[in-house]
Design a protein around this ligand. Structure first.
Ligand code: PXP
Length: 396
């Protein structure tokens, strides 16, 4: 998680924290350190005065203080992954008062304080000299205007892939756990979409699952599939809210790599056309690659889903940054062409925030990490419930 928001102020609510998180993520991205970790603390004037006195020997509160990680230390700390920038501590009381005096919103003032604090973490210092002050001022203005341009209009949505629940069911060949029940729980927990991949070999999701999900999903049902005749006919009958076309190989464990749209334009265009006649929008799951994006646009896809697998599996931070940059530029290119942009594969609790902060991305499709976590977060209760039966003869 590149940004951690720490709230020490009783009046700061969840929506304000969310605003600050988004601003901070945007800023570290615009400063070309999108995977670095930064803590942003919103505190009171009282706590700020204590910090100011302890670390700077100054009386009273100030609006923002920056504490670069490992400041002045020998840099074995540099090898920590992900790299840590440090802490930005903001007095929310000051921010509100300064906003009132300048006639702007508290959010606008907080944006400025975050920009100012992060620039200090990156080595900018207006107190060093007049020239340094001018450089920092210019950078602040540049980032603030970028922030305005990039402020996203739509929130990214989470769509949960429940294939993994079906995989467990199929391993036993019985009826539980049911991915249909899982989908309902995901929606109740806030997921804005349900994704299932109906594979030709029916290794996890079954036709029955998709049919029932079509009736029960209250958000949006995204059917992932290969462009094979039998599955295309099934999709045309079921009419999911979105069809995501993926490459499908029989021996792969999971979808490996994106579709090669360039070499299959004709075949994919035909499928898109058939879906269009049934009013089903199509997304193409592709690698973040300019030629694939152009080809997807030419054949009339509504969405592309950018494959985040190489980003997720990168072996070191430098490679992860390279992959991230490819996703970022591809998302922007696709958006400029008029394509809508989703992303997914291999996203987990650590690597998702940086991708979710990319403006053009509308929806993230995530499965494995959520179901893996559910095994552990649900295990405690599952064992307690069984203990109750074994030890007391009754569950209730
Ligand atoms: N998007 C596509 C096209 C996929 O094939 C998958 C895996 O089924 C996902 C997203 C979700 O990937 P994961 O299970 O790694 O979150």
């Amino acid at each position: 998680m590149p940004v951690e928001l720490i709230n020490q102020h009783p009046q700061v609510n969840a929506s304000l924290l969310n605003h600050c998180r988004k601003t901070s993520l945007q800023i570290i991205r615009l400063c070309a350190v999108p995977l670095h970790h930064v803590n942003v603390v919103l505190t009171t004037d009282g706590k700020m005065a204590e910090l100011n006195s302890h670390y700077r020997h100054k009386e009273g509160a100030t609006n923002v203080l920056s504490f670069p990680f490992g400041d002045g230390e020998e840099s074995f700390l540099d090898s920590i992954s992900p790299p840590i920038l440090g802490d930005v501590v903001i007095s929310y009381d000051r921010a509100v008062e300064e906003a009132r005096l300048s006639g702007i919103t508290s959010e606008q003032r907080l944006d400025w304080l975050i920009v100012h604090g992060v620039l200090h973490l990156l080595g900018y210092d207006h107190e060093r000299s007049e020239k340094d002050a001018a450089v920092m001022f210019d950078k602040e203005q540049e980032l603030l205007s970028e922030l305005k341009i990039h402020r996203r209009i739509v929130m990214p949505r989470l769509a949960v892939n429940v294939d993994h629940v079906a995989t467990i069911r199929q391993a036993r060949g019985i009826e539980e756990p049911d991915p249909v029940a899982a989908a309902a729980i995901c929606e109740l927990a806030g997921a804005k979409g349900i994704v299932v991949h109906l594979r030709e070999d029916r290794r996890h999701i079954q036709d029955r699952d998709v049919r029932i999900l079509r009736e029960t999903v209250k958000t949006r049902l995204n059917l992932e599939m290969g462009a094979a005749k039998e599955i295309i006919n099934f999709a045309l009958e079921i009419k999911p809210d979105l069809v995501t076309l993926v490459p499908e190989k029989r021996l792969e464990l999971t979808t490996e790599g994106g579709l090669d749209v360039v070499s299959q334009q004709k075949k994919l265009a035909k499928t898109i056309d058939k879906m269009a006649k049934a009013s089903i929008p199509v997304s193409l799951f592709i690698d973040p690659d300019s030629s694939q994006i152009k080809a997807a646009n030419e054949i009339g896809a509504t969405f592309v889903e950018l494959h985040t697998g190489r980003y997720a599996d990168a072996e070191d931070e430098a490679l992860r940054f390279e992959e991230f940059e490819m996703i970022r530029t591809s998302a922007e290119e696709a958006h400029l062409l008029g394509l809508r942009v989703n992303a997914g594969h291999g996203l987990n609790y650590v690597n998702t925030a940086a991708i979710a902060a990319l403006d053009p991305i509308e929806e993230l499709s995530i499965g494995h990490a959520i179901i893996s976590r559910a095994v552990f977060s649900g295990l405690d209760l599952a064992v307690r419930d069984m203990c109750a039966i074994v030890e007391n003869g009754s569950y209730y």
